[in-house]
Design a protein around this ligand. Sequence first.
Ligand SMILES: NC(=O)c1ccc[n+]([C@@H]2O[C@H](COP(=O)([O-])OP(=O)(O)OC[C@H]3O[C@@H](n4cnc5c(N)ncnc54)[C@H](O)[C@@H]3O)[C@@H](O)[C@H]2O)c1
Length: 439
Amino acid sequence: MRIAMIGAGYVGLVTGTCLADFGHDVVCVDTQADKVAALRVGRVPIYEPGLSELVLANQNAGRLSFTTSLKEAARGAKAVFIAVGTPSLAGVGSADLQYVHAAAREIAEVVEDFAVVVVKSTVPVGTCDDVERIIAERLPRERFAVVSNPEFLREGAAIEDFKAPDRIIVGVEDERAEAVMREMYRPMEGFAGPLVVTARRSSEMIKYAANVFLAMKVTFINEVADLCERVDADVVDVSRGIGLDKRIGARFLNPGPGFGGSCFPKDTLALTKLATDAKSPIRLVETLVDVNQKRMVAMARKIAGACGGSVAGKRIAILGLTYKPKTDDMRDAPSLVIVPELQAAGARIVAYDPEGAKMAGPLLPGVEFAENAYACLQGADAAAIVTEWDEFRALDLLRVKAALKTPIVVDLRNIYPIKMMKDLGFRYVSIGRGYNGEG
Ligand SMILES: NC(=O)c1ccc[n+]([C@@H]2O[C@H](COP(=O)([O-])OP(=O)(O)OC[C@H]3O[C@@H](n4cnc5c(N)ncnc54)[C@H](O)[C@@H]3O)[C@@H](O)[C@H]2O)c1
C-alpha cells in the first residue's frame, strides 16, 4: 500500500518507518527542509533507539523516502496520515490545532483519486469532524474519508511499541476507510493486540483518557511517596505491594520529580480545557495538573534541603536532563523547572546528559555542560540524579565520592539502595523511602 505521512517528527517518522518495514511504500513529508535533507542522506535528526538502522534499511530497500512536497508524497497514496504536532496553546491550555488544520487544507489540494485521511496526532474530540469539513470545502466527500487512529508509542521504546502495540484503535464510520485501515495493519496481526474499531469521537477520547489515566497513576504514587517520607514507610515496597494487584498493575508506579515530556503535560491540560468547555469539568485531572507543576519546584527545594537549606554559591551537578531516558526529547522535562529554580536560588549548574545536551543547551542558559558523568561531578557541592539513564545506575561510587567536594547525592529516581549509599558515607536523599531528615 502506498502511504503518505505528513510530519516526520517522533511519531510520523517512527510510524512511517515501521509501516515501510512491514512492506508498505511510505513517503514522509515535512515542512522543515533541513530535516528532510538530513533524512534523505540517512541522518535521523532525533535520538530513538534502533530508528537510524531501520530508516536506512527501508530507504535502501526503496520503501521509504522523504520530501517537502505533499503533492509528490500523495501521488497514488491510499492513505494520508496527519502526524503533526498539537502543542498547548499558550495561555489557554487547549491543543493548538493550526498544524492539523493546515495539513487538512493541503490534503484537499492533492488527493488524486480516493484517499483515507488518517489523523494520528493527538487531537481533542471533534477534530476529525473539523478536518473533514476543511477538506470538503475543496474536495467532494466521495473522494475521501477521515479516520482517527491515535498513537500510544513511548519515546525510547517507540519501534517496539509501534510494531507490537497492546491495541490499535481505529475510529472510523466509513466502510471503505475501515477496509483500508484493516489492510494497512494486517501485517501486524499475530504480534499486535486487537484492532478495535470505534466511532471517531470515541477514538479521539480514548487517547486523552489513556494518557491522563497514566499521568494520574504517576501523580498518585508521587503523592504517596511524599506521605511515605512523613510516616517513615518505603514507597518502593508500597509500589510493589499495590502493583502486584492485577487490578492496579505495576507500571507507571515509580515515584519521581513529576511527569514531563511531549504528551502528558499538554494532554492533561487539553483534557481539562475540553471538559470545561463541554461543561463537564474533570476535577481529578485539574488537581493533578496543579500537583505536578508544584512538584517540580518542590524538587529544587529538596535539593537545597539536602545541601543544608541553601544552594547559594554552590556548584550543583545534574545527572540527566531529558524527561526520561533513551530519548533526546526535552519537551516539558522536569529539569526545565528544577534547574532554573536552583539557579534563581544562587546555584551554579553543571550538567551531563547522554543524548539530551544538544536539545537542552538553548533551553537552559547559564548551564555548563560536561562530557561525562564523572566530569560533571568533579568539584561539585552536591549531585542530583534527575533522569534515570542506564549509565547512571552503576556509577563507580568511590569515584563519585572522590569527585564530589561534599558527598551529597539527591536521587530523584530512586536508583540506588539507601543502605549502600549510607555505608559508603554519602548523604543520600531519595524519594519516598522513609524519613530522610528533610523539612
Ligand atoms: N512524541 C510522542 O511520544 C507521542 C506519542 C503519541 C502521540 N503523539 C502525538 O503525535 C503528534 C506528533 O507528535 P511528535 O512528537 O511527533 O511531534 P514533532 O514536533 O516531533 O513532529 C511534528 C512534525 O510535523 C512537521 N509539520 C508540521 N506541520 C506540517 C505540515 N503542514 N506538513 C508537513 N510537516 C509538518 C514538523 O515540522 C515536525 O517535524 C502530536 O499530536 C503528539 O501529541 C506523540
